[in-house]
Design a protein. Structure first.
Length: 304
């Protein structure tokens, strides 16, 4: 699927003309791939890399354009079961045209940062910033989910919540790798700014992007370190919860066994001292109750 956009009065607007400077290819089919390779001279390997979720971010220069492969968070769904994944997308920056290749249909030009765009170079930088902002949003969600799971672990003995935390930790490792990979591309953009043709304002915006990406990486690194460092403590909490449950069950079991022993002693098929007493039943029940109270007092004094 192809979407075309034009820059009108500083805004990114959808357009239908073939000469629109911005073209977005959503999971291109064979015909669209042939057009990208044949008409725009995009390297086929680079094009496939833009659609490969496991591809590392990189920047390559072709005779007529610069090819950027970047990482972004994949849209989360309930089927992912707390696993936040990353995916790749490609931007092919020509002198007067920008081609974006994405593996799935996602809103690319939403947000206040796209309210004023002067050139395709600036639009390319804002798409990079949008990817960083997307990572930051997902990191906040991961932190909220992590705190929710922690409170559930403190009162639960199931492994389910603990496994969910392990999955979140795995997601943060993927995010760290993706953000660090993007950082390499951004730094390389700065080094080759003159070759690409960035203006002074775009260079200053690129500096802001570098700062944001560094902060994003530090934030994800902190979350990952905290989550990994406290994992052993959370395992201990689950084990302690199980021990408390076993202790409670032991108290109940012994509390039932003591009066059962008293009643069983008086129910043997032999002569007993009070078998002819009119209140024999209540005496035995009373002795059973006294044995329970005595056991509880003994347990409390021992502080078991």
């Amino acid at each position: 699927m192809i979407k075309t956009y034009q820059l009108s009065q500083g805004r990114v607007c959808e357009g239908a003309a073939d000469d629109c400077p911005v073209r977005v290819y959503v999971n291109p089919d064979d015909a669209e791939r042939r057009q990208l390779v044949g008409e725009y001279r995009i390297d086929e390997h680079t094009l496939n890399s833009a659609l490969d979720p496991d591809e590392q971010a990189r920047l390559e220069f072709e005779p007529e354009h610069a090819a950027l492969i970047l990482k972004r968070p994949k849209n989360y769904s309930a089927q992912d079961q707390f696993l936040f994944k990353t995916t790749s997308f490609g931007m092919f920056l020509f002198r007067d045209r920008l081609i974006v290749v994405v593996p799935e249909d996602v809103p690319l030009f939403e947000g206040k940062q796209f309210s004023r765009v002067a050139s395709v170079n600036e639009l390319c930088l804002k798409l990079i910033y949008r990817s960083i902002f997307h990572f930051i949003e997902h990191l906040k969600i991961i932190n909220m989910v992590s705190e929710s799971l922690e409170s559930k672990i403190n009162a639960s003995m199931e492994n389910r919540y603990l496994l969910n935390l392990f999955t979140l930790e795995k997601s943060l490792v993927y995010y760290l790798n993706a953000i660090n990979s993007n950082s390499t591309v951004i730094d390389k953009l700065k080094v080759n700014a003159a070759r690409i043709g960035f203006t002074q304002d775009e260079l200053e915006y690129l500096e802001d992007i570098i700062i944001e990406n560094t902060q994003c990486y530090k934030q994800s690194e902190i979350y990952s370190t905290v989550l990994a460092g406290l994992m052993d403590a959370r395992v201990s909490v689950v084990s302690n919860n199980l021990n408390v449950l076993m202790k409670t069950l032991n108290i109940i079991t012994i509390g039932i066994m003591v009066p059962t022993f008293v009643v069983s002693a008086f129910s043997m098929n032999v002569k007993i001292p009070i078998q002819d007493h009119p209140l024999a039943f209540w005496i035995i029940m009373g002795l059973a109750l006294v044995s329970v109270v005595g056991f509880m007092v003994f347990w409390k004094n021992k502080k078991w």
